[in-house]
Design a protein. Structure first.
Length: 143
């Protein structure tokens, strides 16, 4: 199993983020522009203070019946964010995602965000690893 650090080396370290003081309209526009389903919410010192997703928007905006321009990200974001360290394995991440019922895991090193993994990233890595094992077994049997 690959570590988070290895997965980020392949995927990259780019993270889409937003300030808690920005509007949900700005958050949704940024998600659409970046083609992502969630944004990390970082304070002025670039510390992780939350995460906000399309799902948060869909569920909460409907109930509030207000304009996205009038609501701050801080009002919608999840504050208790599940995260991982770079030495964790894909398997450990999958277990955490399943247990916490989340779709995104920020990666923190020394309390700084160094990346973000989605459930899609982890599934892709798992499939790639399984494909490699199958290829090796086929080569072994073919000899």
């Amino acid at each position: 199993m690959k570590t988070v650090r290895q997965m980020l080396a392949t995927k990259g370290h780019e993270v889409a983020s937003i300030s808690p003081d920005q509007s949900m309209y700005e958050a949704m526009r940024l998600m659409a522009t970046k083609n992502v389903g969630a944004l990390l919410v970082l304070d002025a010192a670039d510390r992780l203070v939350g995460i906000v997703s399309e799902r948060d928007y869909a569920r909460k905006m409907y109930l509030l019946d207000v304009s996205a321009r009038d609501v701050r990200v801080a009002e919608f974001m999840t504050r208790d964010v599940a995260y991982v360290r770079p030495d964790r394995t894909n398997e450990e991440c999958m277990a955490l995602i399943t247990a916490k019922r989340v779709r995104h895991l920020p990666v923190l090193e020394h309390d700084r965000v160094i990346g973000l993994l989605s459930i899609g990233d982890m599934v892709k890595d798992t499939i790639s690893e399984k494909d490699f094992i199958i290829e090796q077994l086929v080569n072994y049997i073919s000899r």
